[in-house]
Design a protein around this ligand. Structure first.
Ligand code: GCU
Length: 592
């Protein structure tokens, strides 16, 4: 218990580095700070430490300019090379493809606003570690490459040009989340939007609009203001439901209400979203909200009370036609349209939270979402700071997306080792999910515990926590033959649905041959057909998200003939070529 309290204390301390994430930031008064930033590559942290490895007060964040011919300054942002924000640095400059270390980013932020109004600097994602400075003063730090964070800069912006400098470091560490190794490229940089947010003095920090638990004719509303002010009036309107409800806040600046109304439900077949406004004083936030229930009954998943089969595909946040981080809406649209072309109703956004737009677009397209934090492989389970980091990433992921009806699963881990320290670590995360959100399913990608040609056994203590038992299994690729699938079954002694969060095989697009020849499209297609038939025989099979939609960069895939630092398990190549297995999965899903 002491360790957990220490972890929670560290978690609180870490959260002090950045304020709680602003809900629905794009609906607010925002100024984009995207574009061309000046940069300095700093492989041995010259801009952060002195020669004795002490943090220097004269770092690059001071953006010093020589004032006289005697002044000694050995760095310069003015004529520095630039990088586009958002975007990973790896693909923007060939010499940075494998770079892991620090890059300093600088841009000027012109400001002529009302300094007394609240202002925030919002970063949608920076991989991995960010130190943020405004006019030479440190605002704080953030750990974690895939969740948003913001700093309150009220009263700290001067009239005219302000200097914003960010030290981004993507060096991997055993105690980080993810840890030292992962099967995806360590893309570094300011990889999503940067925004200057202005809010009224009293603003709606957060709100929740969803169906009342186990009800279809009641909607629960809740709001939380930026100040603990009593008696503030907040109006939530949903015109198409003839809702225009005024709430009055309590001494904590919070208010709740329940409205009797029967909305059209959101589903993949009918992804109905309602225009919603949340208004307080001179602030009106607009959102699009869907209403649905997801639940488990025995070995069946039910969406809006009806059995549902998750026809999924796994997706990394990599652009459809090249190996780089997704940075545009069009890239998200293409990836999700490919999922629709597969007859999917579900996407596993692996192995970390994707952009807010990706989730919102999935919602519009009628794709349910598995949202995951990168507690991946062999995490430093006994390190309280590591747990606090994972808790922060989980909190920020849920804070950002808790109004997104498309998210039906929160996933807290991928392929983690069975041992007491891991169970305790994941138990804390599971408790965090279950405390914050009883309206979604909890899961994680488990592993096969033992296996023969005839039978695979799943035994995982985390079964007590998860709502669906999910696991990754590569029979026919990382062991066994594809034909083994024909005689293979699964022993999963839990009265819960099971979901196959990964299976698959590598194939080089355009490489054809016999179905017994690995790396051919035929081998991949044959393995997909046999695997799908194998699971279709199993009791309690509730869906799958095969690995993976598209070939993606990985530092673990060095075979020159077939991989060249790409994981080739995509159903689509990194050039957009559809492989034979694409049609196998698509046609199977058409029967479910
Ligand atoms: C694992 C892991 C993936 C990885 C895949 C593979 O299951 O979860 O991140 O890419 O296997 O080996 O291709």
């Amino acid at each position: 218990m002491k360790r957990l309290l220490l972890a929670l204390a560290i978690g609180m301390a870490m959260s002090a580095h950045a304020d709680r994430v602003l809900q629905n930031v794009y609906a607010r008064d925002v100024t984009s700070l995207n574009g061309t930033w000046q940069t300095i590559v700093d492989p041995i942290e010259t801009g952060y430490y002195d020669y004795r490895m002490n943090e220097t007060s004269n770092g690059f964040f001071r953006d010093q300019q020589p004032q006289s011919s005697y002044d000694h300054v050995e760095y310069d942002f003015c004529d520095a090379e630039t990088l586009q924000v958002p975007g990973d640095w790896n693909i923007q400059r060939p010499e940075l493809m494998f770079y892991e270390g620090t890059v300093w980013y600088k841009r000027t932020v012109p400001f002529h606003g009302d300094p007394s109004k609240p202002h925030y600097l919002y970063f949608a994602a920076v991989n991995y570690h960010a130190d943020v400075y405004l006019n030479g003063e440190k605002l704080g730090t953030h750990e974690g490459g895939f969740t948003p964070f913001n700093f309150d800069v009220t009263g700290r912006l001067k009239d005219g040009d302000n200097t914003l400098i960010v030290r981004v470091n993507n060096t991997r560490h055993a105690e980080d989340v993810p840890t030292l190794i992962s099967d995806w490229w360590n893309y570094g940089g300011i990889t999503r939007d940067v925004l200057l947010v202005t809010t009224p003095k009293v603003s709606v920090d957060d709100y929740s609009i969803k169906l009342a638990p186990q009800k279809y004719n009641e909607i629960d509303l809740s709001v939380k203001l930026s100040q603990p002010l009593e008696g503030q009036r907040v109006t939530i309107s949903i015109p198409e439901l003839k809702i225009n409800r005024q709430l009055v806040t309590d001494a904590q600046g919070e208010a709740t209400a329940t409205v009797k109304v029967k909305p059209q439900l959101w589903s993949p077949e009918s992804p109905r979203l309602y225009d919603v406004t949340v208004a307080c004083g001179d602030e009106t936030l607009r959102d699009r909200i869907g209403f649905r229930h997801i639940a488990v009954e025995g070995k069946t998943i039910k969406l809006n009370g009806q059995p549902v089969f998750f026809r999924g595909i796994s997706i990394h946040e990599e652009a459809p036609f090249e190996g780089k981080r997704v940075t545009t809406h069009a890239e998200c649209d293409t990836l999700l349209q490919w999922a629709k072309d597969l007859n999917c109703n579900f996407v596993r956004l692996a192995h970390y939270p994707h952009s807010e737009y990706m989730v919102r677009r999935a919602e519009e397209l009628g794709l349910m979402v598995w949202s995951e934090i990168p507690v991946y492989w062999t995490i430093d389970w006994e390190n309280p700071a590591t747990l606090a980091n994972a808790q922060s990433q989980l909190r920020d992921n849920m804070d950002r997306d808790h109004n997104r009806c498309a998210i039906v699963v929160w996933s807290i881990a991928n392929e983690t080792p069975h041992k007491p320290a891991r169970d305790q670590f994941l138990g804390a995360l599971a408790r965090q999910v279950k405390t914050a959100d009883q309206e979604r399913l909890l899961s994680m990608a488990m592993e096969i515990t033992s296996e023969t040609d005839e039978m695979a056994h799943i035994r995982d203590n985390m079964h007590q926590w998860v709502d669906i038992v999910s696991f990754n299994a590569y029979l026919g690729w990382y062991g066994g033959r594809p034909e083994t699938c024909d005689i293979h079954n699964y022993d999963i002694p839990y009265d819960k649905p099971f979901f196959v969060s990964e299976f698959g095989a590598g194939a080089v697009a355009g490489l054809h041959g016999d179905a017994t020849q690995k790396w051919t499209e035929e081998y991949q297609a044959d393995l997909y057909a046999r695997t799908l038939n194998m699971y279709n025989r199993q009791d309690g099979w509730a869906g799958c998200s095969p690995w993976i939609l598209k070939d993606f960069r990985s530092p673990r895939r060095q075979n020159h003939q077939t991989q060249n630092f790409f994981n080739r398990k995509g159903l689509v190549s990194d050039r957009g070529q559809r492989k034979a297995a694409f049609a196998v999965l698509r046609d199977f899903y058409a029967t479910k």
